[in-house]
Ligand binder design. Structure first.
Ligand SMILES: [Zn+2]
Length: 222
């Protein structure tokens, strides 16, 4: 089973992927995980990737595709994978299709999470992290018991410098421009599930993931 996760930062894409991993018993890997593993494994491709990342440069399309293809051939992903953060361009999506068909595989589902921009911004500006024990809080959704102090170790919580409205709007803008063509691409293929996850619609990313698992069960796919 191959599932692709699409969704702007803050939609809960990673959380949804975790729920799917548990329910479907297939690993979730992000493009970042794949790069880090290639570097840690010391492969030729990993060394190339490291060259770009250590210089703060974006890994080019061609290299990204090669690294992902190599990762998808590894035995732990033989039964399927949930891909998060790849493909990012139509070129990558086309190459992934080609690769999968050579392997006799196909994408089963593309999940596209949508959340109103104002809600994403609210979530992000309210995020706090404990610098000591790394616990995550959200002043609106999951506030600590007292002020902005960590429940677990009593350390004052911190806000990431880029968790502000201006940066978030820019990130969302970039995401939108980059992803719209991929959404179109999969829409045409007919394997796209676009679903709103928000307070407004009363369903968040984990509940959506549960309903996807339920649907697979009904169809006898898991
Ligand atoms: Zn703490």
């Amino acid at each position: 089973m191959i599932i692709i996760m699409l969704g702007a930062p803050g939609t809960g894409k990673g959380t949804a992927a975790k729920v799917l991993t548990k329910g479907l018993n297939i690993p979730a890997v992000s493009s970042g995980d794949i790069f880090r593993k290639a570097i840690a494994d010391g492969t030729e491709l990993g060394k190339e990737v490291e060259g770009y990342i250590s210089n703060g440069k974006l890994v080019p399309d061609e290299l990204t595709i090669k690294v992902i293809e190599a990762r998808l051939k590894e035995p732990d992903l033989a039964n399927g994978v949930i891909l998060d953060g790849f493909p990012r361009t139509t070129e990558q999506a086309e190459r992934l299709d080609k690769f999968l068909s050579q392997e006799g595989k196909k994408i089963d589902l593309v999940v596209n999470l949508e959340t109103p921009v104002e809600e994403l911004i609210e979530r992000v500006v309210n995020r706090r992290k404990c610098p000591n024990c790394k616990a995550d809080f959200n002043m609106k959704l999951n506030p600590p018991k007292t002020g902005e102090i960590c429940d677990f170790c009593g350390t004052p919580l911190e806000r990431r410098a880029d968790d502000n409205e201006e940066t978030m709007r820019a990130r969302l803008d970039t995401y939108e421009k980059q992803t719209a063509p991929i959404v179109d691409f999969y829409q045409k293929q007919g394997n796209l599930l676009t679903a709103e996850v928000s307070k407004r619609c009363g369903r968040m990313a984990p509940e959506l993931a549960e309903s996807i698992i339920e649907d697979f069960r009904k169809k006898g796919l898991v």
